[in-house]
Structure formats: C-alpha cells, structure tokens
Design a protein around this ligand. Structure first.
Ligand code: NAD
Length: 476
C-alpha cells in the first residue's frame, strides 16, 4: 500500500474515485501534497446503497464476531502505525509526538471498545409477564469529522457504530482527508464490503449526508456553528444526532500550587496540538497570590518550546492546520493589539511560508475581550487573575460553551468542590486530557448534544426496543 499517493474512496469495499478532485496542502509548507476525490450526490448515493446492502448481514452477525472485527481494525492500524503517523504530520501539521499520541489512542480505543457489550435490561420478570429492553442498531450512520484529530475522532465514531451493528459512511474534513482515506483502504480486506465506507468532499457533501433519507444518524465533531446547521438539516428526516462541538474551557489554578511544578503541564494543557484541541485550556484563571510567579514560569517554559514543521526532529508545536483558521487567529491577535491588551509573550505573526503562529500569552485582559470570549482554536492564551473562589466559578461558567475544564490545587478535595460547580462535561483535577474509552465525553450547553465513549456513547448508535411477553398460555 502506498501512503504517499493513490488516494481513493472506499465504497462497497472497493476503490472509487470521483469526477472532481480537490487539492490537499501541507500546512507547514503550503505545498500541494495530494489530489483527492471530491464526491457529490452520486458518490454519496452509491455509498448509502452499499451501506444499506451490508446492514442486514452485519447487524445479524453475533456480537462476538463484531467485537473481534473491531479489535482487528486496531491490529491493522498498528501494522501501519508508522506510515499513518507520517501522513498525519504531512496533512495536519502536528509533530511526531502528537501523531504518535493520536495513533496510540486510536489503537487503544479499538482494543477497549471491542470489549464493550450492549446491555439488556429486564424491567419486569413476574408470574404475568417479562418486560425486556434491548438496543438495536439504527441502520446507516454518517460520521463527519474535523481537521484537528482526523484519525482519533473518526475512530471514536466508527467503533461504537459498527459494534452496535450499524454500517457507516465516514466523511473527513476536506483539509485532512488523507489518513482517513488510507484507513478506508486498509480496512477493505478486514471488514465485509459496505460496512465501512469513506467518502471525501467539501462541506456540501456533509450537508448532503445530513438530509439524506437513508442515513439514520449523524455523529459529528466540529464547530458549534456547523453543529447548529446539522441539527436543522437533520430535523427534516428526524435523524438521531450526536454533536461534539466547540469549547472555551477554563483552567482554575488555586494559590496552593507551586508554579514551578505545574507550569509545564499547564502550558501543554493550553498549547497541545498548537491549541487546536476542543478541550484545550482556553481561559487560564490564576489566583492573584501566584499570578506573577506562574506567568513568569509559563513564559520561561514557552521560550524553550520549538515551533516548526512537524516532520523536523525536535519540533514541539506545528502550524495552524489551514489558512481559514490561520486568518481567524491572526484577526484575534490584531484585535487584542488594537484594544491595547498586553502580551507577556508573542502577539505577532512573522511573514513566510507555512501557517505558523508563535505562542501568545495575554496578560489579564478584561473578561469581555474577544480573546477571552471567543474560542481561539490557536495558540493564544489569556491569563486571568482572580482572588475569590465563588467569583471565579461564576466567571468560568460565563460562556455559551460547556465542554471541559480543569482545577489545579495541592488539596484535591478543595479542587473537587470547585469541579462540581463547573458547567461542563469533563473536569480534570491536577492533570488534563486523560481520556478513557470507558468514560463519557460530552458537551454541556452549546458544546454539544449526546455522548461519545463509554456504554452511553455506544447506546447513541442504537434505538431502544422493549419486548413485553405475557406469560399466559395461548393454547389449551
Ligand atoms: P467545521 O464545523 O468547520 O467542520 C467539521 C466537519 O463538518 C468537516 O468535515 C466539514 O466538511 C463538515 N461540514 C461543514 N459544514 C457542514 C454542513 N453544513 N453540514 C454538514 N457538514 C458540514 O469544524 P472544523 O473547523 O473542522 O473544526 C474546528 C471546530 O471543531 C472547533 O470549534 C473545535 O472546538 C471543534 N471540535 C470539537 C471537538 C469535540 O469533541 N467537542 C473535537 C474537535 C474539534
């Protein structure tokens, strides 16, 4: 298998191209690295026909066989881990360490999700009747993914969808379709034809999926704005939806931590993947007692971090993934400069090839500054001073988002009390971004609808079905 060329879609277990193609760039060099099929209605219809045809056979397979095939997906990823990591760096920009984290996570997910089982609930088992609720697959699922973690976020959808007995059509972001197309290709001899289909195309293709009459569910990760459009469009056919959307996570640092000890971890909490992470720490609330010391440590640590082409050795932070996002981040920085906000570090974006933004840290801007209110999705972090715990909880919750958050303290029970008051789906204490296939991941408020991972995430790919059986002889 050639990972550097021949990018085809996978429909019904075979390679399919499209009448149109689209270019894919390397964000570190702005060079075109591939042409990929740009699918339209015709190719989508073919994928839906293939997925529908595969559904009866797949959904009727014993669950243990589906579990084994989900595990086999992971084994195949493991065989090609090195090639996929290289490809991910080329199309996404992330350094090798980030690509390794993503692939390793995807492989662990395959191993662990393969162990999950759909529960059966007996609500009544009396002399009169049994009442049993089981969970049946929905049919054809559409997965629409973003450009920040293309492999892992697709895997989070594919595994539970297939395990529950659905067939699936995956549409990666037009900015990062390459690794997903190759995963489709490498699964052609792992899964029966039509069970996993991968189509590439622009936002219009995503839109076509959301109102397709023969797709029963959309599982989407991306921006809140697109999530709202999907919800609207999916309403026409009453599709089930799972939406994992944007965030503006607060990290709250209490005065009892040692700034020297936590600075490195808090830096990466904010800047991992060049801050293109839905649950990056995006507003850092620091207690006034340690504000100066922690900001000093953060800036000193930031100066040791190397920004550059992710394929080069020693690089810690890669570029912004695409020009659209690059322009958005530059605009946010320009606004901060225009408003006279003070930068402790960075703030300027040098000219040159590649979408590189140096780490920027803003010194205690007002809570209503754009750099605080908006999700930057780039390496721009506001440090916000606080001195009252009740007040900082109110400020942390004062956002339309509710994805994640973190609390940092020498006293975990004090941190826990604050964590319980945060309006978001995941809160980490004294660490961050520790995910588990068996723990829910979900957004409160405008960060999403539904759940990924855990049994709750698996159930999102099913319909509940209750069977009531009366225990009375119907024959003499
Ligand atoms: P995006 O919403 O622009 O695009 C995501 C996907 O949706 C792409 O595949 C795109 O082609 C498709 N799409 C665009 N318009 C569509 C439409 N009208 N109908 C159907 N599909 C459509 O998001 P993005 O810019 O790729 O990703 C960045 C955003 O994603 C950030 O806001 C980030 O916080 C969020 N995100 C959230 C999570 C999470 O799990 N909550 C994870 C990663 C990223």
């Amino acid at each position: 298998m050639n990972f550097d060329s021949d990018y085809t879609m996978t429909i019904g277990g075979v390679a399919v191209s499209a009448a149109k193609t689209a270019a894919v760039l390397n964000p570190a060099t702005e060079e075109i690295i591939a042409q990929v099929p740009s699918a339209g209605r015709e190719e989508l219809d073919a994928a839906v026909v293939a997925a529908r045809a595969a559904f009866p056979g797949w959904s009727n397979r014993p669950p243990a066989e589906r579990q084994a095939l989900v595990a086999a997906i992971g084994e195949r990823l493991e065989q090609h881990k090195e090639e996929l990591m290289r490809l991910l760096t080329r199309e996404q920009g992330k350094p090798r360490s980030g690509a390794e984290w993503e692939l390793t996570g995807a492989i662990i997910w395959c191993r662990e999700i393969a162990k999950q089982e759909l529960p059966v609930h007996i609500a009544e088992d009396s002399a009169e009747r049994t009442v049993e609720t089981r969970h049946v697959p929905i049919g054809v699922v559409g997965a629409i993914t973003p450009w920040n973690y293309p492999i892992l976020l697709a895997i989070w959808k594919v595994l539970p969808a297939l395990l529950a007995g659905n067939t699936i059509i995956v549409k990666p972001s037009p900015y990062t379709p390459l690794a997903t197309l190759k995963i489709g290709e490498m699964m052609r001899d792992v899964l029966p034809p039509g069970v996993l289909n991968v189509v590439s195309g622009g936002n219009e293709l995503g839109q076509l999926m959301t109102n397709h009459p023969d797709i029963g569910k959309i599982s989407f990760t991306g921006s809140t704005q697109t999530g709202k459009r999907i919800m609207e469009s999916a309403a026409g056919t009453l599709k089930r939806i799972t939406l994992e959307l944007g965030g503006n996570d607060a990290a709250i640092v209490l005065p009892d931590v040692d700034p020297k000890v936590v600075a490195k971890e808090i830096f990466w909490a904010a800047f991992q993947n060049s801050a293109q992470l839905c649950v990056a720490a995006k507003r850092l609330f620091v207690h006034a007692d340690i504000y100066d010391a922690l900001s000093h440590e953060l800036v000193e640590y930031a100066k040791t971090v190397k920004l550059g082409d992710g394929s080069e050795q020693g690089v810690d932070l890669g570029p912004i993934q695409n020009k659209m996002q690059f322009e958005k981040v530059k605009d946010l920085l320009a606004d901060a400069r225009d408003k006279g906000l003070k930068f402790l570090l960075g703030g300027d974006v040098p000219e040159g090839k590649g979408y590189f933004v140096p780490v920027a840290i803003v010194d205690n801007p007002p809570d209503d500054a754009r750099v605080v209110v908006e999700e930057a999705f780039g390496p721009v972090l506001p440090l916000l001073k606080f001195s009252d715990l009740d007040d900082v909880v109110v400020r942390a919750n004062d956002t339309i988002y509710g994805l994640g958050g973190s609390v940092w303290s020498a006293d975990p029970s004090a941190a826990r009390k604050i964590a319980e008051r945060l309006e978001c789906g995941t809160i980490w204490i004294n660490e961050i971004h520790a995910f588990s296939p068996h723990a829910t991941f979900s957004g409160h408020k405008q960060s999403g609808i539904g759940v990924e991972n855990a049994i709750q995430g698996l159930l999102e790919f099913t319909n509940a079905q209750t069977i009531v059986t009366k225990k009375v002889a119907t024959v003499a």
